[in-house]
Ligand binder design. Sequence first.
Ligand SMILES: [Zn+2]
Length: 211
Amino acid sequence: MKSYQKLLQENKEWAKGKVAVDPEYFDRLSQIQTPEFLWIGCSDSRVPANEITGTQPGEIFVHRNIANMVVNTDSNLLSILEFAVTHLKVKHIIVCGHYGCGGIKAAMSNHDYKQVLNMWLRNIKDVYRLHREELNAIKDEDLRADRLCELNVKEQVMHLAKTSIVQRAWKHEQRPDLHGWVYGLKDGLINPLFEMKAGTHIDELYEYDDL
Ligand SMILES: [Zn+2]
């Protein structure tokens, strides 16, 4: 059996198992989607949003990219954010990075990953530059990378707060709360680093007053 055929076979088993426990499972799920959470995570195959949070299909709206970035010009991220906040009306947005992130380590190197990856990693290098003093003081390279994972998550949460999408929902509906988490590949535990409640004031340069 080819490796991808195993996936299809496993899928059949999974669907059969679900219906065996709950005959209405797919009927119910296919009718409506009302997730409470938007998850912005890393594409790394070791950080599956549902599995590590013990949630089921239908509970988390998920976007993943390299190093869980919130990039102001990324129409993919922005359309997901708009849909999740304005239409699905999620109550929480979680940016979840992970210790040992390859994207973070790549951004700390001086290697030329060729233009498209260089372009993406540039966003992480910019986070490093903002916190250069603190990061350079950490001599151990792995610890420095882990601290950059944390600082990066915090910056991406700030980027969410700078969008008119989030600010409009904050003003009119007092949601969503924003969360910055970092998952540990070595122990499977999530470190809840940072929380920004709906309506938090940020640098006034980024606040819109006519939403
Ligand atoms: Zn990663």
